[in-house]
Design a protein around this ligand. Structure first.
Ligand code: PNS
Length: 159
């Protein structure tokens, strides 16, 4: 059984993340979404809120598991008995960071592969940071995130 981890901050989950999850489900028997705690980064949503939103928007998808994780990604991958990591790559701008992360993970865990997937073209420009900026300025994010996430953003922004 091929199991893969799709890790990220998911602050919050966007339609671009969902696109990658669906693509990964076509390639693997089980996809495990790992929501990173990321204490070093200032995030809008708490770990619990991010996990709840991911679970909510993926509840109709089969063969998908969602967990929070702290510590090293490769330890989480081993704990979940997965063989690989999926990351979405949007544009050249993502490449440096992703390349560095994938090769560092390979150095510390040579048995775990990183696989890059491309999202649908309509999501190439989309990022959780931009979605948060638009929401904070009162813009409409309904084309970028599922409705439940748009609602959570409105509440967070006090609108
Ligand atoms: O959605 P993001 O913020 O780009 O996700 C980054 C994430 C969570 C995948 C990355 O920061 C990570 O793997 N963090 C866990 C700690 C870790 O293993 N660090 C070493 C990576 S080389």
């Amino acid at each position: 059984m091929k199991r893969v981890v799709y890790p990220g901050s998911f602050d919050p989950i966007t339609n671009g993340h969902l696109d990658i999850i669906k693509r990964a489900l076509q390639l693997f028997d089980t996809v495990i979404v790992g929501v990173a705690k990321r204490e070093e980064k200032k995030l809008l949503f708490s770990l619990e809120e991010r996990v709840t939103l991911v679970k909510e928007v993926t509840k109709d998808l089969k063969n998908l598991e969602v967990y929070p994780f702290t510590g090293l990604l490769v330890d989480f991958v081993r704990e979940k008995k997965a063989q690989a990591i999926i990351r979405g790559i949007r544009a050249v701008a993502d490449f440096d960071y992703e390349f560095q992360m994938a090769l560092t993970n390979r150095k510390i865990a040579p048995d775990i592969e990183t696989i890059f997937l491309l999202p649908s073209q309509e999501f190439i420009f989309l990022s959780a940071s931009l979605v948060k900026e638009i929401a904070s300025l009162g813009g409409c994010v309904k084309n970028f995130v599922p409705e439940v996430v748009a609602e959570a953003l409105r509440k967070k922004m006090g609108r």
